[in-house]
Design a protein around this ligand. Structure first.
Ligand code: OGA
Ligand code: MN
Length: 371
């Protein structure tokens, strides 16, 4: 019986997903695309350097556009990869926002589905002392920050219905909208509006299942993705799961843009990997923010907590435009937006064993799971 399930559930994408998901032994990573000059599959992209002024880029922590390294990948028109364009110190700021600020109300997180509003009001405050003392603790109970799996911003994605609703939204964070605006301008999408965000929090055993982001009503707008912390393998496939995906390496600070013919491709994150280079954190995150920093990017005491968290974690922020320009939500009888999501079936916080996953027994298509 188990074999039948396995054979039925196996498609070209899943086969590669399982290969890279495997921990013992870890797959040979020599075929994983690294975004650096010299790989024949990559085309260097010259972004128009005056699309964003150096000053506007600097305000959100990005280097002047002429210093960015951006690539197209052969066979994936509309997919753009920007190798860490952040200025030193600024990734600290975005990591702190993801851990301290964005999980706060009125934004929504996975813990809200299981806990009272009071207990999820301030994950940072309830966790930071425990995280700091973790080594000296006898019981290894996870802090709420460590249990955080996702946060939604703007129009809150409903994991049950896989839709957005006009009734269920909160203000999109201004600084993240500015960062997104800057990146979308640089990539030739001046009309992009940051309307929804999904933040994913990964630990060393987490993965994100095979999926397509098709719930947004406007697919002509790009999807922006920002990665921080430990590295990961990203699989980019085709319009069907029968297309074998290309494995790509994502490191801290890297930005991906899925647009045009690549906007609706299947993709997944089968594995988180320690960043290359040996230290606890990637070099771009290892220097603590300077205390006399005029931008006040992240206080040393906040960074102490972020650093403890990030040594075993990766954070990914995706930003989406939901409605087409001037568009609105369709009139539907279905007013699910006001209701808090009941289930959590697509972005699971459940513990799933790798064994079950390898047998193809998990039916969920969009899960951040942990062994
Ligand atoms: C997503 C997604 C990729 C990543 O949230 O839809 O595909 O790198 N994230 O975490
Ligand atoms: Mn996605």
């Amino acid at each position: 019986m188990a074999t039948a399930v396995l054979e039925q559930g196996e498609d070209a994408f899943r086969k590669i997903f399982r290969l890279y998901r495997r921990k013992n032994p870890l797959a040979d990573l020599s075929g994983v695309l690294e975004f650096r000059p010299g790989d024949s599959r990559l085309r260097s992209v010259a972004l128009s350097a005056d699309a964003v002024s150096d000053q506007d880029a600097g305000r959100v922590g990005l280097q002047p556009l002429r210093q960015w390294s951006a690539y197209h990948v052969d066979g994936y028109p509309g997919f753009l990869f920007i190798v860490n364009p952040f200025m030193p110190g600024w990734q600290h700021h975005w990591v702190r926002q993801c851990l301290k600020l964005y999980p706060q109300k009125p934004n929504v997180c996975n813990l809200d589905l299981h806990m009272s509003p009071d207990s999820t009001r301030d994950l940072w405050s309830s966790s930071h002392a425990k995280l700091r003392n973790k080594l000296s603790q006898k019981r290894n109970e996870k802090t709420l920050l460590e249990k955080l799996r996702w946060v939604t911003l703007g129009f809150h994605y409903n994991w049950d219905t896989k839709k957005y609703y006009k009734e269920h939204q909160s203000p999109f964070p201004v600084d993240l909208a500015e960062l997104s605006h800057c990146v979308s301008l640089a990539c030739g999408f001046p009309g992009f509006k940051a309307e929804a965000g999904i933040l994913n929090y990964y630990h060393m055993d987490s993965s994100l299942g095979i999926h397509v982001d098709e719930s947004e009503l406007d697919h002509s707008s790009p999807l922006l993705s920002f990665s921080f912390g430990q590295s990961s393998i990203f699989l980019l496939g085709g319009l069907s799961r029968d297309v074998s995906p290309t494995p790509m390496m994502m490191h801290s600070g890297d930005i991906m843009v899925m647009s045009g013919a690549s906007r609706l491709l299947y993709h997944a994150v089968p594995r988180i990997l320690r960043h290359p280079g040996g230290g606890i954190l990637p070099p771009c995150l290892s220097a603590p923010p300077s205390t006399d920093d005029p931008n006040q990017l992240c206080s040393p005491s906040d960074w102490e907590v972020c650093e403890l968290y990030m040594q075993f974690s990766r954070i990914n922020m995706t930003v989406r435009q939901v409605l087409e320009a001037g568009g609105s939500f369709p009139e539907e009888g279905d007013k699910m937006g006001k209701r808090m999501t009941q289930g959590d079936s697509y972005h699971s916080v459940d513990i799933e064993t790798q064994e079950a996953e390898e047998q193809g027994l998990t039916k969920r298509i969009r899960t951040v799971t942990q062994d």
